[in-house]
Design a protein around this ligand. Sequence first.
Ligand SMILES: *Cc1c(COP(=O)(O)O)cnc(C)c1O
Length: 413
Amino acid sequence: MDTLATTRADCLALDAADPLGAARDAFELPPDVVYLDGNSLGPPPRLARERMQAVLEREWGVGLVRSWNDAGWIEAPLRVGAKIARLIGAAPGEVVVADSTTVNIFKLLSAALALRPGRRVIVMREGDFPTDGYVAGGLAAMTGAELRCVAATELEGAVEADVAAFCVTHVDYRTGEMLDMHGLTAAAHRVGALAMWDLCHSAGAVPLDVTAADVDLAVGCGYKYLNGGPGAPAFCMVATRHHERLQQPLWGWMGHAAPFAFEPGYRPGAGITRMLSGTPPMVAIAALEAGVDAWLGIDMSAVRAKSLALADLCMTLVAQRCSGLGIEVVTPRDPERRGAQVSLRFADAYPLCRALIARGVIGDFRPPDILRLGLTPLYLRYVDIYDAVEAIREVLTSAVWRRPEYAVRTVVT
Ligand SMILES: *Cc1c(COP(=O)(O)O)cnc(C)c1O
């Protein structure tokens, strides 16, 4: 991107020449909103409306129970998993859609301990997304495994010969910092440990190649950059080399080798199917599939180039237009070290965020002092970034964020 492009007219010119400009038409977005929270909940793809209608009226409404066979419902977890596999660089049979990220972390960490008998340490990162640590803590309390939580800079050193696996987020939810997937995975393998990556802020956000990085296990979220809808099912990935010895504790009939044989004893299904537990949530998977299909034919390197350009524009404009207003960029400037968001630090970030939302600029707040702006090139324009930074500047200079109503905490921030 031309780094001198910092007027609104420059941004409009960039939008006119944007090879991804037409991708926005695939989404339903209100006209008066700048949506910078697709890293928390992606907007509905137009395809989702059609798919939801077909599911409700034809598949569920007319097909009824026959649709498990006739409408491809029963294969949906693997079919949609294979589509997600393409986005993260996994092989088709290595990814399945199931449960939530939280539940999948439990299943995969249990599997990691079982794959490395005799080792009982799980390494995690301090300050990582809380649910990851909570669920690992619960597993440790249940199994006697030990959690070793360290700063990101200490991760490599903390993975020693007693470690079964590390489980860390590839792109940090708060700062947008991206870790070195290749380097840390290789370091874990040198001591015989497994590498498990949480891809919640990476899948659909940055180019990924879990095969090239030799990743063992991964989880990720369906409702953020994949635009699968609120509470969409998550995915889990297991490298083929582990399938034969793969065990997870939530033995359910959908992960059984023959679910409809109704056998009294559990026999795990082939490969990744044993990561399934209960009946797939078909309505939700249909919406997720529409979200994933919106990525078909999209060139991820073009997405990455635009997301970096949007972030550069954002950081440059904040430096130029908001200097002296008490706000600073915390996301690393180095493109190798950041994902697809810009995080700004401001002492009163919560009321600032609320005041911006009142103006139609939707980002989110993460404690204690972070305003997060998610950059999603499929439906964001350069001019949106310009308008968002202008809104930040006006809200700060007018001090409108000090209004008492903006200090009232909502349940979801
Ligand atoms: C969003 C997110 C989750 C969410 O987990 P759910 O089970 O979907 O609630 C977990 N981990 C990370 C890193 C996330 O960003």
